[in-house]
Every structure is written in C-alpha cells, then in structure tokens.
Design a protein around this ligand. Structure first.
Ligand code: GLN
Length: 509
C-alpha cells in the first residue's frame, strides 16, 4: 500500500488525512522511500530533511488530539533550493553557497510549515536559477522522469521532476523568465507563476528582483491552487509584496472542473508566440487540439497580435543580467558562503576575486559580465534604458490584448524536452527557448502551464501556457482546470496518470 500514497494528489492526501484513512507519517515515509529509490537516477533532490518523519508524527499527534488543522496539514512538500531554510542547506545550485545555513526561513517556507506541510527536502536547480535545462547546476544535471537521457527543463527542473516522478505531490519553484512553467511543460506537470508580488520573495535567493516570482508546482491544477492559497499574501518583509484580498485559487480550480466552464471564455492566441519554423510539430498539434476542445465547449478563440513580444527575449537578456550583476555582488567571500584562502600578499580584493572565480559557474559569470557591461557608464541608456522601454511596450501589448480577451494562450515551450548535452555548446539556444514564457515576467502578469498531451514524434509531454491580467490568477486556475478536464475526458484519465516515471525509474525494481 505504502507506494500508493505517492500516487495520490495533494487534494486526495489532504482528504484521506482528515478522514483518518492514513497518517502523515505513513505518507511521508512513502515519499521518502520513493526519493530513496529514484534519486540516484533523477538527481532531483539535493538533500532530504532529517526531521521530515518527526514533523509528520507531530502533525498526526495534533490531529489525534482534536486540533483543527489547515487543509494541507501532513501533505509533503519539496522546496527549490533557491528558498532559504533553517534546517537544511540553501545553495541555490551554486558551489559558492555550498553548505550555507540560513538563520531564517523564507516567508513561503514559514507559511508552509505553519500550514502543517511536511518539508521533504531541497530540490536541484540551475545555478542561481540561470538556465532552461538544469545543466547549469553545480551539483549535476537533473534527469527528466519521462526519458532519463533528456533534460527536465530549468531552472526548476528538480521541483518539476520531483512531482512528475511521485517523489512529492507538491513543490515550490521560482520563475524569473519561465523557471516554473517551462519545466512543468517538459515534465508533464502543472506550474504556476503568480502575479508579480502575489507571493513573498523574502528569503528567495535573488536572481533578478523585478522579475523573480515564487509559485507552486504540482500534478494537478487544483493541487497547485491549494498550495498558492497557502503561500500568497502580503508580507512586510518584501517591499514589492501586494496588499490584495486573494480569492481561493483552489476554489477557482474546482469551478473550472465543472463541465461547461469554458463557455463564452475568450481565449486569445498570440501569433508572435508561435512560429512555423521554431515550434515543434508535435507541440503545435497538441496546442491546436486543445484549443479545438475548448472551442467545442463554447470558448471563443481569438487571434491576437502582440507585436513587441518578439523583442522580449532581447530585453530580458539585458534587464535580467543587469539585476543579476547587482544581486550577486553580495557573494564577496565575506558575507556569505565560500572563501578561498588568502595566499601570502593577497589583498582583500584578490581573495574576493579568487573566491568568485572558483565559486561561480560559467553561465553565472557570463551574466554578471553581461550585466555589468549593460550598466556601465556610456552604455547604460543604449542597453538597459532601451530594454526598459521595450518592457513598457510589452506591457502595453498585454493591456491591449486583455481589452479583447479573457486569457492568452500559447505553447509553454516551443519544443519538448531535449537530450542532455544537446544545447550546452550554444547558450543562445537555451535563451531562445524562453521566448514563450518571458513576456509574462516582463509584464508581471500570471501564467500557468498545464499538460495537454504527448508529441507524436518523441512521446514527450507538451504544455499549454495560459496568461491572465495582473491580479487575475484565479482566472488562470479556473481556465487551466477546464483544459485539464477536457484533456482527461479525451484521454480517459488525468494526464499525470500517464506518467511512466514510477515504473521505469525505480532503480532495480
Ligand atoms: N531560463 C531563463 C533563464 O535562464 C529563466 C530562468 C528563471 O526563470 N529563473 O534566465
């Protein structure tokens, strides 16, 4: 029975725990066993939490004592290593932070603990969340559970692979240019980037602060909604945190699951996010098939032009490195993490530069150099200033689009998961993969990725991306759950039930 606990959704686990069908300790033990059996293959967890079982037992005791617990109490959670935790190291996938112990918990981690979620461990990621394939982690690549010689996407490949391979029902991720949504698409899971500021970033190791957003990873839209309900809300520790009364995302997902909920919904298809030459055939086929199902339910499909979206990647790769160069200045060998021993005659600056040379990987160095250059006197306006103006134009495109439609749709990624090593020689290839997800970060609007099928040519998962206006996260959960329902009705089962992960990955089984 125990392995079966890993096959339940977070909503099912929550219901079973509340009904006393099983205990949090049993559920936690099953997930730890799954991690133990599969992590050598996947490399999705950097560490597990020694206190997980003990925490679960305490939840069971409190429940047995009649305490009224939050809905997700006793449900396991994986945490991307970009979020700091007091009881496990926080490395952000970098050697420079190896073994770093934070004196405080990130707000989302503290909220999860308060809600009784059981932290299973920290998940692998591209170094400082820079990447689209997880191959930039200082701790080795994560493998895609669908096909282990393929990448899981990035930067949150660890969190996405963990939910796809039944190591955890829920995970936390961060999305600066697509790092929750794109790995969700490549692993057949669900990932949400909430409205910028909806979820606190306090204790999230900063990459590019005007773009970074924390959000949920799960196997179903409802599960993601349950987690967003726990983590969203104002936090005075984060100056960009919004004061807003959020409606329940789980409730919105439940509404979307009702037949006919897409009737009359206007879905805009962004022309600029689909390219005959760049979008893989199987991705396009699945995208069109999903839209067709929505149209049959009464959704109105509207072609939309967003003419500045094609400059979004270029603007992002100036704004993001500029912020990276500033944010990563704090790794100075004094305040955080690693320090290379001084040789005789070394100045403070020598130690600093030796530490940064040894501690950062090549992609991180590339972006610090790019960003420093873009911000340097004489170039600032030409590069950074122009990129900021493009950012405004992208925001206007969104505003114009949302004056016509309720949600925007596009493939989450132009391609399915590619083979490990296939794109490492040319960083541009990775950068261009983000073309579909970056516009939402530039504008601060929410986006969700929902699995919609397998590409005929490689049998790998395809994700549908939906975007909504700022503050309208609930609309995404409702629409996303409606697509999930249509796909499940077509296939005869939920998409996650098609995941081959458990059987094929389990080492020696
Ligand atoms: N793949 C993008 C990048 O490399 C996005 C990263 C992210 O969202 N953290 O910058």
């Amino acid at each position: 029975m125990s392995a079966e606990y890993t096959k339940l959704t977070a909503a099912e686990l929550a219901a079973g725990l509340a009904a006393g069908d099983f205990s949090a300790a049993e559920v936690t033990a099953a997930h730890l066993a799954q991690i133990e059996a599969t992590n050598d293959t996947l490399n999705s967890f950097l560490c597990t939490n020694d206190a997980a079982l003990e925490t679960a037992r305490k939840i069971d005791e409190r429940r047995a004592a009649g305490e009224q617990l939050a809905e997700l109490a006793g449900v396991p959670l994986a945490v991307k290593d970009v979020l700091v935790t007091t009881d496990m190291p926080s490395t952000s996938g970098s050697k420079i932070l190896a073994g770093y112990m934070s004196p405080f918990d990130a707000t989302v981690v503290a909220k999860a603990r308060r809600a009784g979620l059981v932290l299973l461990g920290k998940t692998n990621m591209d170094e400082f969340a820079m990447g689209s394939s997880n191959e930039n982690s200082a701790y080795g690549s994560v493998k895609n559970p669908w096909q282990t010689d393929c990448v899981p996407g990035g930067s949150g490949g660890g969190s996405a692979a963990a939910v796809a391979a039944f190591q955890a029902p829920l995970a936390l991720g961060s999305d600066t240019g697509g790092s929750i949504r794109q790995p969700a698409a490549l692993t057949g899971s669900v990932g949400v980037k909430p409205t910028y500021g909806a979820v606190s970033r306090y204790g999230a190791i900063a990459m590019a602060s005007s773009l970074d957003q924390i959000g949920p990873c799960a196997r179903t839209v409802l599960d993601a909604g349950l987690l967003q309900d726990v983590i969203a809300g104002h936090d005075w520790h984060d100056a960009t945190s919004l004061r807003h009364d959020w409606v329940s995302m789980a409730q919105a997902a439940r509404e979307g699951a009702a037949t006919g909920s897409l009737k009359g919904v206007k879905i805009g298809v962004v022309k600029e996010l689909i390219s005959e030459s760049h979008t893989q055939t199987g991705v396009l086929q699945n995208f069109n098939a999903a839209l067709e199902l929505a149209a049959r339910e009464g959704a109105e499909i509207v072609p939309i032009t967003a003419k500045h979206f094609e400059y979004a990647v270029a603007a992002y790769y100036l704004i993001m490195p500029a912020e990276v160069s500033s944010n990563l200045a704090r790794y100075d060998s004094v305040r955080f993490g690693m320090r290379v021993d001084a040789a005789s005659g070394d100045t403070v600056a020598d130690v600093m530069s030796k530490t940064r040379a040894a501690g950062f990987g090549s992609e991180v160095k590339r972006r610090i150099i790019l960003g420093t250059y873009a911000l340097s006197a004489g170039y600032y306006d030409a590069y950074y200033g122009t990129a900021q103006r493009v950012r405004t134009l992208v925001q206007r495109d969104f505003n114009e689009a949302f004056a016509q439609v309720d949600v925007l749709a596009a493939p989450t990624s132009n391609t399915t998961a590619w083979h490990l090593g296939e794109r490492t020689a040319d960083p541009m290839q990775n950068y261009l993969n983000d073309a579909t997800t970056i516009p939402a970060n530039l504008a601060g609007v929410p986006g969700i990725s929902v699995p919609i099928g397998l590409a005929a040519e490689d049998n790998m998962p395809v994700g549908l991306q939906l975007m909504a206006p700022q503050y309208e996260d609930a609309r995404l959960y409702k629409t996303g759950a409606a697509f999930e329902r249509l796909i499940a009705a077509r296939d005869g089962k939920m998409f996650w039930q098609r995941m081959p992960a458990l059987q094929s990955v389990k080492a020696g089984a």
